[in-house]
Design a binder for this molecule. Structure first.
Ligand code: IPE
Ligand code: IPE
Ligand code: MG
Length: 258
């Protein structure tokens, strides 16, 4: 199945080099989708138009992930800090999100995608919360790609929320402090049901993680491209994965096979 998909891609615009084995693929890809504003600026357009164009990149990357058989794709769509942007820009982003949730469900279902979100979802507009809940429910039994949108997300907030949960459990005598270890902490993060990302892509050149998955990125391979998010399409995504496949992940050892 995977093999034949790769064959199709080789015939179309997939310029080979990516190994035809599922083992070489990252199970979990996380993306900081950055540069919508600069993309618009470079074309003398409004920032809003950059965000609109960015939605198409999301569609391409989600579809390509499904075709490749990627298991988890986590997209940083709106950070806690992004609430400090001008109201008009926030309104547009919320409108685009609402539209995406309405329009995309059909395609997600067709592609067997399980849709979920991480972040302080209760801080989003009520109407969006309802649409999210609907899409999550509708796709919960799908077995293909798990697509996670990070919305009103901040990794430090996530860690604070986890620490509060743990503190309450200790207070209530459900958990003893000696039993707190990395696994217990991981189980209290928003991402508790996901493996850590193998691969982080950041578009538009910034060399920072901007409060994204700080715990989970401990041993993630990082790929930064100067390409602005609205220009980051299927071929850019495939090229990035190709670069991942050339990495040697050592996890602190001298050589992973040792
Ligand atoms: C990413 O693009 C979208 C969000 C953060 C919501 P930006 O809007 O940050 O674009 P730049 O970084 O200003 O170019
Ligand atoms: C990171 O981009 C957040 C998202 C992509 C949603 P930002 O544009 O908000 O990050 P900074 O401000 O450049 O660090
Ligand atoms: Mg930005």
């Amino acid at each position: 199945m995977i093999k034949s998909i790769f064959k199709d891609m080789t015939q179309s615009n997939f310029e080979s080099g990516v190994s035809e084995s599922k083992e070489g693929l990252p199970a979990h890809i996380a993306i900081i989708m950055d540069g919508n504003g600069r993309w618009a600026e470079s074309k003398s357009l409004k920032r809003i138009q950059g965000h609109q164009a960015g939605v198409e990149s999301i569609r391409e990357v989600v579809t390509a992930s499904c075709d490749l058989g990627i298991q988890y794709l986590t997209l940083y769509a709106f950070s806690t800090e992004n609430w400090q942007r001008p109201k008009l820009e926030i309104d547009v982003l919320m409108h685009l999100l609402s539209d995406y949730l309405d329009k995309e469900l059909k395609t997600l279902t067709k592609n067997n995608v399980r849709f979920q979100v991480i972040g302080r979802i209760h801080t989003l507009p009520k109407e969006i919360q309802k649409k999210i809940a609907f899409n999550v429910k509708e796709t919960e039994n799908n077995t293909g790609l798990t697509l996670t949108l990070a919305l009103s997300y901040s990794s430090r907030c996530e860690i604070v929320d986890a620490m509060k949960d743990l503190a309450l459990k200790v207070k209530d005598g459900i958990l003893s402090p000696e039993d707190i270890n990395e696994e217990v902490i991981q189980q209290h993060l928003y991402t508790k049901d996901m493996p850590d990302p193998d691969f982080l892509i950041r578009t538009s050149g910034e060399m920072r993680v901007s409060n994204f998955l700080l715990w989970q990125l401990s041993y993630t391979e990082i790929f930064v491209t100067d390409v602005f998010w609205p220009d980051f399409r299927k071929q850019n995504f495939l090229n990035a994965i190709q670069s991942f496949q050339k990495r040697e992940r050592r996890f602190g050892r001298t050589n992973f096979s040792n």
